[in-house]
Ligand binder design. Structure first.
Ligand code: HAM
Length: 443
């Protein structure tokens, strides 16, 4: 290859540029705050795990394991895989760090996942998830709470074009009964199945239900339903979940065809789908996996989780009304005059000491007042601090609200931090971003 030829990104793997990072950070910040408020702690797990972990957790006959894993042999001869999802690694970590012992955990993580799928709109080979797992909670109250958390996330983000679908897959025993009913049905139509589905008939007929082949999908539409084979405990669990969602005011549809693409699920499964993104319509998916922990060598412990597809959620965020694309500073500091521009850095650093949680931007490079105000306006900041030679001579500076009708006011430098906070909280009131407002998560 020509050594000066341009090197391209790997197909299906994207850069996130500064123009978009505000949407990513907003999603991450709102999710982080929400997860913490529901009692979830962040955890970080490796991107690479032993290939066997995914085979055992996700299932040998799933699309993910059969076709989509980035698997390689490392220099030590071990077969390793770039994680296609986070649940397996999180559960491996919980077991290998001795965290079970009858304890309950609410955990989350975020980061890139890798699946060698055919790239298209909304479907990538490297994509990101915000992944949530609750371990040690057997009852349907947890299922309802997790779903309520995701519903609140959409509300806080101002995302409206999403619908919730739920289903129950029953216990492993109930699924065995269903499996044989399904096998009988598909055997009777074996000639009409696509080759992939025919092969799966003998090993994992449930996976035929997610086939994308049009002819097979017609067969699937008429196949027996899992709901007809549910055990009574799973029915009770599902009834309690539905009742909790109704009483919380969360709309849902029961989709008896929702089986999810990973083998570890039992009982509740759910997906948030949208009509705004084309064919790749799932923005969040999850469910209960009461059998997985013991299957991976831990003591039997019920668990449930879900993952939000970050790229798809960011696209929805882009469609939500009035979302800023970049993260705005709280305060934009403008300087006017020689002395003021020399003192600007010192004053701003002192403000950063006094108000460490605020984003304070100094108008670097100075310039005419008018163009500095234009920059301040473009930055999205609600408030400008104006440092002029004259005011500085009096050890003072001026505040000028930028997003509401209010004049400029002068304050002693020593009082500036508290005056800035007062001006910003007046702004928050104007924008209606009080504590009770789901959209007040702000930027
Ligand atoms: P999943 O349904 O495979 O579940 O993925 C969750 C979400 O990740 C999807 O709804 C979608 O938004 C996004 N996603 C998946 N594949 C791609 C892709 N190729 N490109 C872009 N986005 C994608 C899981 O991964 C489970 N581990 C979720 C879970 C956690 N279940 C229990 N705990």
């Amino acid at each position: 290859m020509n050594s000066t030829a341009q090197i391209m990104a790997v197909r299906g793997m994207n850069d996130v540029l500064p123009g978009d990072i505000g949407l990513w950070q907003r999603l991450e910040a709102v999710a982080r705050e929400l997860l913490e408020s529901y009692g979830y702690s962040e955890m970080r797990v490796p991107i690479v795990e032993h290939s066997d972990l995914f085979k055992r957790a996700i299932g040998e006959h799933t699309d993910v394991v059969e076709k989509e894993m980035y698997t390689f042999v490392d220099q030590g001869g071990e077969s390793l895989t770039l994680r296609p999802e986070a649940t397996a690694g999180m559960i491996r970590a919980v077991i290998s760090n001795g965290m079970l012992r009858g304890q309950r955990h609410k955990l989350w993580c975020t980061g890139p996942m890798f699946r060698h799928e055919k790239p298209q709109k909304g479907r990538f080979r490297q994509f990101h998830q915000i992944n949530v797992e609750a371990i040690g909670f057997p009852g349907p109250d947890l299922d309802a709470e997790l779903i309520a958390l995701t519903a609140r996330l959409w509300r806080r983000l101002g995302v409206t074009r999403v619908r919730l679908q739920i289903n129950s897959l029953g216990t492993a025993q109930a699924r065995r009964a269903y499996r044989s009913a399904l096998t009988d049905y598909f055997r009777a139509h074996e000639q009409e199945l696509d080759p992939d589905s025919r092969r799966r008939l003998g090993v994992n007929p449930l996976r035929i239900l997610d086939s994308k082949n049009p002819q097979t999908r017609d067969l699937v539409a008429a196949a027996p339903l899992l709901t007809e084979h549910l055990d009574s405990e799973s029915c009770d669990h599902f009834d309690a979940l539905r009742a909790a969602l109704v009483s919380t005011g969360i709309d849902f549809e029961v989709n008896p065809r929702l089986v999810r693409g990973l083998d570890y699920y039992s009982r509740t499964v759910f997906e948030w789908v949208t009509d705004a993104l084309g064919a790749q319509d799932a923005v969040c998916g999850g469910g209960r996996y009461d059998g997985l922990i013991s299957q991976l060598g831990g003591e039997a412990t019920p668990a449930m989780g879900c993952a939000i597809g970050v790229e798809r959620a960011v696209e929805l965020l882009r469609l939500a009304p009035q979302q800023p694309l970049t993260i705005a500073p709280h305060v934009y500091v403008i300087t006017s005059g020689e002395r003021a521009s020399a003192a600007g850095m010192r004053v701003v650093e002192a403000l950063r000491d006094a108000l460490p949680r605020l984003r304070i931007e100094l108008s670097l490079g100075g310039g005419p007042l008018r163009s500095q105000f234009r920059r301040a306006d473009r930055s999205g900041a609600p408030l400008a601090v104006v440092l002029g030679d004259e005011e500085l001579g009096r050890d003072a500076a001026a505040l000028k609200p930028l997003r509401r009708e209010a004049g400029q006011s002068e304050w002693p430098l020593a009082e500036l931090p508290e005056r800035i906070l007062a001006a910003l909280s007046a702004d928050a009131e104007v924008r209606g971003a009080g504590l009770g407002d789901e959209n007040g998560g702000g930027r």
